[in-house]
Design a protein around this ligand. Sequence first.
Ligand code: FES
Length: 530
Amino acid sequence: MNDKLDWSHPESLWRKNANLPSFEPLKNSEDTEVAVVGGGITGITTAYLLAKEGKQVVLLEADHLLNGTSGHTTAKVTAQHDVIYDELIQHFGEDNAALYYRAQEDAISSIEKTIQELNISCQWKREDAYLYATTSEGALKLEKENKAYELLGVKGGLVDKVPFPEQTTAVLAMKHQAQFHPVQYLTALLEEFQNLGGKVYEKTKAVKVYEKDRIEIVTGQDVTLTCDSLIICSHFPFHDGRGFYFSRMYADRSYAIAVEPETEWKGGMYLSVDTPSRSVRSAEYDGRQVLIIGGENHRTGEGGEHLSHYEKLEDFAQRMFGIKSKPFKWSAQDLMTLDKVPYIGPIQKGNTRIYVATGFRKWGMTNSRVAGELITDYIMGRESLYHSLFTPSRFKADPSMKAFLKNNMNVAGHLIEGKIELVGTRPQALLKGEGAVVQWKGERAGAYKDENGELHVLDTTCTHMGCEVEWNSAEHSWDCPCHGSRFSYDGHVMEGPAKHPLKKIAYSDTDELRHLPIEDYYEQGSTDQP
Ligand code: FES
């Protein structure tokens, strides 16, 4: 196994280990019954389910398929979505909490059925899932969650310990869950989608939507795809449709590493409920067993020194399992809704032609299947038990209102803080491969010095709503703390809701000297007046 990969270039185990096909961009205008935008697990699953119903479906992906969260998940296929059922009972009532559990369990069974029907080889394995606590507060949470399990009839309960040397205060099991290799599974689904007549276009960014007699989607290459129904699975909805999704969700980043352990693995999937969180499951790579260790989550654009998150995961892995080799590390971005339940359904109340599926709060493996089935039911005109629970137009005063205010106060805080922040670094001081917020002509700017020594200087004002982006040293990206937009080191949009790149600032060393404080200017050896 190669343990000498350059860890400054994160790479997901799932993407490395699969044979993904590639597709041409959409070059000429087309017409279809259903357009699905977003080539992650939700887009591919929904496209497949609709094609199976006999619908004519076109799938558009802005970049490459499975390049976002779906290719960078820990891929636990479970209804144990952290500590959630006690909270769901408090806020939504027992019946809705039971529905949420049932939706996830149905999703696990449906995925399993698809794997059997299509004979997909994707490391599918039933495993029990465990939440564990290491503090007394965590233990209290798990006791309450266990009571919720009893009330809802969830199969599981409190058990003694986890099979690694963590000092736990409580452990809660959920029986008969699953894990798999998401990219192998989705590659097979994609093949079947094409067999059913589905079309796929990559490098095709949907940028505008016109709701006329039919729906027109205009791409970045100015090509139009006309359809009867549009399903937006683009992680953050690329089209807001007056649903104000940016004010109702926030983005969260988390990290994962894959290590080959020194100790024997005893099975199961684990997640700690205290901070910092830790997630553990096994997988196969290159004929060997590896453990995927995840955690260290923080709001996008925050989180301090990003590279240190990998070091902390590695330290945990070393203490718990020992490390023979460490072939992969990667990170992912997830969207969190105000009340922890995804938004799946019409983009806005009464809209029967445009649907969204977003806000899976790190639990996309089952929620993507819930979304695929639910949206297929909408489009086929079928009733579903789950419509009202997941509909994006729900808004309950508690907890949504509190979370809404908190989220938007946080955005307002970043908006103001970013504008008045004092920054001292100069572009000139950066080393190769380093990026930072700098001072440029007295203003805040972002600079990155590439491996050839070329400086890329940008205006750090996010093009979505004007917050100030921050440098992410682990991913070499500019991340916005307000709604989670991400930009490459040279300003291109990597993740929305922003649609436009960061503004480039024309830069030259001579200019910089001209704008240095006078004492620094003379330090540079100049005898001219600045
Ligand atoms: Fe909304 Fe940056 S993502 S302001």
